[in-house]
Structure formats: C-alpha cells, structure tokens
Design a protein around this ligand. Structure first.
Ligand code: EPU
Length: 462
C-alpha cells in the first residue's frame, strides 16, 4: 500500500544513516526549530552581498534529475532546508546522492525503484508536487501526498492534475495521497484556467518524455520556468517558448547527464534590495540577473531609492536622505511585481510618507504578517486582498515569522526599527534564505541567532 507507516520508518532509518550529509542542507547554520533571531535595529547595511541560487528553480531542477537517464551534477544549489527535504525524499527512494560541496550535488537516480514520496516529507514543502510530474514522466506512475509549504491559504493542484490528464494519466486522491498513472503519456494540448507556476513546470515534466507534441497554453513565465526548461533542454529535451505564455514540448526518449548551474534567486536579491533601502544603506548586490529584478527596481525607484544596474549586480542606495515616497502596488505573475516580494516591500512602505495601497490576490492569505508588523507600530489595515499602509516608524518588538516571505519582512522590519526585535519561528526563513544572518552580519547588521534546544536535543544531552 502507498505512503504507509513502514515507509516512514524506513525513511527514518535512512535519515539516521545520512544524518551528517543531510545536516549540511538544513540551513547553513544547522539550527533548531525553536531558534530565534534577535536584531538590534538602526544600522544601515553597507558593503557587498552574494546572492545564492534560486530556491524555486532549484527545488524543481533537483526533482527533474529523476527524468535524466544518467547522473547529473547541479551547481549553485541554495543551501536551504527545502533542498534538505528534497534530498531526504531522494534518499527514501534509494537514489544515489553525493553532496560535493555546500552548493553542488551529484544526483544518480537510476536505482529509484518506487515512485512514492512519504507523507511527512511531502507535507513539508510545496515543491514536493514536482515529484508527481517527474515520477509520472519516468515511471508513468506516482504516489505523492498532497504538498505542504507556506500557509498562504488553500493551495490546490487541480491544474497540475488537469495537465496530467490531458497527457493520458488518471488520478485518484485517497487519504491525502495523490496517485497518478498512465499506460502511456501522449503529447496533447494543455490549457491552464489561470497562470500557475507549479502547474506549468509539472506539465513540462510529464510532457518531456511523452510520445509526440505537447502545447502548454496560458503558461507561467517566471525566470525559474525558463531555468527549468534550459536544464531539460541541456539534457536533450526539446522545449520551446519557455518565458512566453505558450510552451511547446516535443517528447524525447533519452535525457543525458550534464552539469548545470541554477540561476540566481530573484526573490533573495529583491529582499536584500529592500533591506538595503529600509536601513538607508548602500549595498552592492552581486551575482544577480538585473533583468529578473526589473519590477522590483522600478518600484524601489518610485519609492525614492537609487538602484544602479550593472552586468550581474545592482547597487541599492538610500543613504542620501529624503523621505520614502508612498506608492501603490499590485502583485502579478512575471513580469509583474512578484507576490513573493509583497511582505518585504509593504514593510518598506510602512516607513514611507503618506498612504500606500498594496493588492495581492495571487494567494488567499498573504497578509498574515500584518498583525506581526502592527506589533512594531506599523499602521496597516487589510480588507480582503488589499492592504492600506499609512507610513510612519517601526519600533522593535517580539514577532513571529508566519511564513517564509513574512519572515523576511520581519527581518527587514527589525533591521530598520528602533530598538530590539526578537523573531521566532525562523525555521520558515531558513526554508528559502541561505545563511541570512551571516550575510546580514557581513553588511553591518546587528543580528544574532539565539539557539533554543528542542526537547529532543535536551533529552539527548542528559
Ligand atoms: N492554483 C490553483 N490550482 C492549481 C495551482 C495553483 O488553484 O492547480 C492557485 C494557487 O492556489 C494560487 C495561484 O493559483 O492561488 C498561483 O499558484 P502557483 O501554482 O502559480 O504557485 P505555486 O507553484 O504553488 C510558486 C512558488 C511560490 C510563489 C508562486 C507564485 C514554488 C515552489 N513556489 O508556487 O513561492 O509564490 O509560485 O509566484 O515555486 C515562496 O517562494 O515564498 C513561494 C510561496
């Protein structure tokens, strides 16, 4: 039977065996679930910061190694806990994983014998849904529990299943586990009812080795869609149009092993851009693709922040005085302003002169951080999908990271606030930001991790 207790137990044994290796991908500081950040605000960020590989590209590319018929080496993988979870999934499937260095991993997936992902691991992140597409593409069958990830409201996968069905797969959901199966996958036309990043990537995964020609319409255009297509094409896939709203995939029989480097993280870069601005700092943000940052750059300039673009870096300055200027923002799929930057830019707007509005209707519930920001003195009201922000100042307070980007917003707020901010639930932040406290400390921030031993650690130390 699928997703059984035995599987979980087996996974736990494997986890024991590979504990040391896995811990290298639990977030660069290998912390505990109860750890906190304590930030003393008021220090302008200054200097240079290197941006890591893109989380949302890496989690998909790592899952896509299942489609490859030979070993692959993936470079510039962000050292974050979501990748740690992906590696545990691979271990559970008996894949051969070698961590070459902190950002490079070799994947040999030929020994995978079962197309199953265990419950607990699938529930730990949204990207576990990518194993549906890659396992279906390779084995014509997959058992993957409904994915978890940030709690941003209801996050269905009906469009993913619609894509699989168009290619000939049947699906069935029992006890929270999705089972997809196809006798054969046949190229077809897939039309998404609305733009979905995960649905577009999963459709490419299922189509890449299908018989014949697939056309994906109303496709998402995010930079990581293009990166995933580039990865698949480098292995020998035939995908055209990634980055536009029509993607064409001609199925191939064989994908060869390659070495591939993940693109820089648009959202990590944007987060440091906003942090530099909010602290009235002067930071060179390196290893970025400035084109991917255009919507963020444009809004920062409107707010009165200087952004200078170079070939693979941007300099953000807000150290010349002058108030931050109110503005209105609506999040949109790429190339619009990304929902994953909404909590961070809203935090900056809470320091602006005047009243701004921010509309975010991509997810049901992306304003959960607002009640935390209010503890720091922010004047924000939320009505449905619209936040009205009356700018002012922020004061340090104890707050919680309610999800990944909400946590990033709390860090920015803490850096810009007067006094001390203590952020709990920082494990959310470590899902997507490599070594955030080290990078910020190097920029002059006063940020400390408070290690809080979990009950298990205490028991082991007795
Ligand atoms: N949706 C459905 N049915 C589906 C798929 C999506 O109703 O089958 C809905 C979602 O509930 C949401 C909207 O469509 O309301 C857009 O969802 P999408 O599929 O585009 O998002 P996702 O693939 O679940 C990825 C990122 C998110 C990012 C969104 C939007 C990954 C692993 N996650 O999620 O990243 O916010 O695209 O750009 O790539 C983050 O990094 O903090 C994060 C949440």
């Amino acid at each position: 039977m699928l997703c059984t207790f035995n599987q979980i137990q087996k996974r736990d044994n494997i986890r024991e065996r590979t504990k040391e290796e896995m811990s290298r991908f639990r977030g660069a500081n290998g912390g505990n679930i109860l750890d906190k950040f304590v930030i003393r605000g008021g220090h302008p960020l200054e200097g240079e910061v290197n941006i890591s590989g893109a989380k949302n590209a890496a989690v998909a590319i790592v899952a896509a190694t299942i489609l490859c018929d030979e070993p692959c080496i993936i470079e510039n993988i962000p050292n974050i806990s979501d990748i740690g979870i992906s590696l545990e999934i691979f271990r559970d499937m008996n894949a051969d994983i070698q961590v070459i260095n902190k950002n490079t991993i070799r994947f040999d997936t030929k020994n995978i014998s079962k197309p199953n992902v265990p419950h607990e691991l699938a529930r730990s992140m949204r990207a576990s849904s990518y194993f549906l597409g890659t396992l279906l593409g390779r084995f014509h069958e997959a058992f993957v529990p409904l994915p978890g990830g940030c709690d941003l409201g209801d996050r269905p996968i009906d469009q993913h299943l619609k894509a699989f069905k168009a290619l000939g797969a049947l699906d069935d959901i029992q006890s929270g586990c999705v089972h997809v199966k196809a006798d054969s996958l046949i190229g077809s036309q897939i039309y998404f009812d609305f733009i979905t990043v995960g649905g577009t990537i999963n459709a490419m995964f299922a189509a890449v080795k299908a018989d014949g020609y697939t056309v994906i319409e109303n496709a998402a255009k995010e930079p990581h869609i293009v990166d995933v297509a580039n990865f698949l094409n480098s292995m020998g896939a035939d995908i055209r149009g990634a980055g536009t709203d029509v993607i064409k995939v001609r199925g191939v029989k064989y994908l060869k092993g390659i070495t591939y480097s993940v693109i820089p993280d648009q959202i990590e870069a944007g987060t440091y851009m906003v942090a530099a601005a909010a602290t009235r700092g002067n930071v060179l943000i390196k290893n970025v693709i400035p084109k991917h940052l255009e919507s963020i750059t444009a809004k920062l300039r409107t707010i009165g922040v200087s952004v200078e673009e170079f070939d693979d870096s941007v300099r953000v300055r807000a150290d010349m005085g002058g108030p931050f200027i109110k503005t209105n923002i609506k999040t949109m799929p790429h190339p619009g302003f990304p929902t994953d930057m909404q909590p961070q830019i809203s935090t900056l707007l809470s320091l602006a002169e005047g009243t701004s509005t921010v509309t975010d209707d991509i997810f049901d519930n992306r304003f959960r951080y607002v009640s935390e920001l209010r503890r720091m003195g922010a004047d924000i009201s939320v009505d449905g999908k619209v936040a009205v922000i009356h700018g002012g100042t922020l004061k340090g307070a104890p707050v919680k990271a309610t999800d990944l980007r909400a946590g990033a917003a709390m860090v920015i707020a803490g850096l810009a606030a007067d006094g001390v901010t203590e952020i709990s639930d920082i494990f959310h932040i470590e899902r997507g930001y490599e070594a955030i406290e080290d990078k910020l400390t190097a920029l002059g921030a006063d940020i400390k991790r408070v290690y809080v031993p979990s009950k298990n650690d205490l028991a082991m130390s007795v």
